[in-house]
Design a protein around this ligand. Structure first.
Ligand SMILES: [Ca+2]
Ligand SMILES: [Ca+2]
Length: 310
């Protein structure tokens, strides 16, 4: 009698399990179509992996270091850091600076070499913004609550910069570089975008490659390849220009306006590359750059980088 009772329980369990399996199998066959396009949340820095689901393969997870990039205290993060979900490493409008050594600095005896001596530096791979950060891009961060409006507008006394204060508000200038930001504001934008400011050395490699050339395009000065202080006589711009106006002045990696247009904040608290208000000496990629006398100006902008592990 006891054996019969146990057998009955066994049969009952088998029936229950079979029913559960059948339900699961049936539900897998009737996935709603939108499930196939559901974005699965990153599992947290464990590396990308592939899983199989009924309708095909999906890339999930995040590349290495992505988790670190998201750990930026309570800084508000941009909801979507890349428009290319197939390959999140190759974000739109960024160019790759591959891993490897590069000559950084200036040869002994050249102006500025005392502050930036020639040396070989090793780098890991990174992506850098192809263009200086534009007004439109920065406005997106302000609208999202991740950034504050340029300080030049709100706390700079009336001076000859009055014209520059209007550029951010002028909708026809959305594709111009944003200016008038403090280093802290530039840093905040990069964090919001899931990126960071480059170091001076990283910026320099991105600008001049590995062969210590003087300018992004080579060793010979060419006033038609960058926006500099020429009153518009050779580069056709008296003042600031839209980002990407000088593709002929691109760096070996394809980054544009690394020489001129706006000076660019780097993590070392200096501004690199010279501006529309600078002479050719300041536009040298190896120029040590200028620490700030003022914290913000109408020729001071920035761009961001992003670490990659390939
Ligand atoms: Ca100019
Ligand atoms: Ca620039």
């Amino acid at each position: 009698m006891r054996s019969l009772h146990l057998f009955t329980i066994y049969i009952f369990c088998i029936l229950i399990l079979s029913a559960a399996y059948a339900d699961d199998r049936d539900s897998s066959l009737s996935f709603p179509s939108e499930y196939r396009y559901t974005i699965i949340q990153p599992s947290g820095g464990a590396g990308a992996e592939r899983i199989r689901v009924p309708e095909g393969d999906f890339l999930i997870g995040q590349p290495e270091r992505a988790e670190d990039q998201l750990k930026n205290g309570d800084v508000k993060q941009k909801g979507k850091t890349t428009k290319n979900e197939e390959d999140p490493l190759m974000a739109e409008d960024m160019v790759l600076v591959p891993e490897g050594e590069a000559l950084i600095g200036l040869p002994e005896g050249v102006a500025g070499s005392d502050r930036n001596p020639l040396r070989m530096v090793a780098f890991t791979a990174f992506l850098i913004d192809k263009y200086e950060v534009s007004n439109a891009q920065y406005k997106e961060c302000v609208a999202d609550g991740g950034c504050t409006v340029p300080s030049l507008i709100i706390d700079y006394p009336p001076t000859f910069h009055e014209e520059g204060k209007q550029w951010y508000k002028d909708l026809s200038r959305d594709d111009y570089p944003v200016v008038g930001l403090t280093w802290r504001q530039a840093t905040g934008y990069c964090r919001w975008a899931g990126k960071r400011l480059p170091t001076a050395s990283e910026w320099e490699k991105a600008a001049r490659g590995t062969d210590s050339r003087t300018y992004p395009w080579g060793n010979i000065w060419d006033g038609t390849r960058a926006n500099w202080d020429d009153d518009g006589k050779t580069d056709e711009f008296d003042k600031i220009s839209p980002v990407g106006s000088f593709p002929q002045g691109a760096s070996p990696y394809g980054a544009e306006d690394m020489a001129g247009n706006v000076r660019e904040w780097v993590d070392d608290l200096v501004l690199k590359g010279g501006s529309w208000y600078s002479d050719p000496v300041s536009l040298r990629s190896g120029d040590p750059g200028h620490g700030y006398i003022v914290e913000r100006d109408d020729d001071m902008g920035f761009r961001c980088i992003k670490d990659v592990s390939l």
